[in-house]
Design a protein. Structure first.
Length: 87
């Protein structure tokens, strides 16, 4: 699983994290998704990103996608209704 933080206005990837090579957290289950959400939130915070828009990439908002987003928001990220924002 992968998470990217992209500035759509500048077409630049600001940060990215994945379960690839994550050892015990590697995989494609709910636990791995939640762990990835926490790591993604930490990476975002380190780069000054606090609000995000969730683009599911066509995936339904449940299961792993929901676990990842729930963990990221529990770790400090805020979901915006529209637009990407680093403030």
């Amino acid at each position: 699983m992968y998470v990217q933080f992209i500035d759509d206005e500048r077409a630049v990837t600001l940060a990215a994290v994945s379960t690839s090579g994550a050892g015990a957290g590697a995989g494609h289950n709910l636990a791995a998704a939640a762990e990835l959400g926490g790591r993604a939130a930490a990476e975002a915070a380190a780069r000054g990103i606090r609000r995000v828009v969730v683009d599911r990439g066509g995936h339904t908002y449940h299961g792993r996608v929901q676990a990842l987003v729930d963990a990221a928001t529990a770790s400090g990220l805020t979901k915006s209704a529209e637009g990407t924002d680093k403030t």
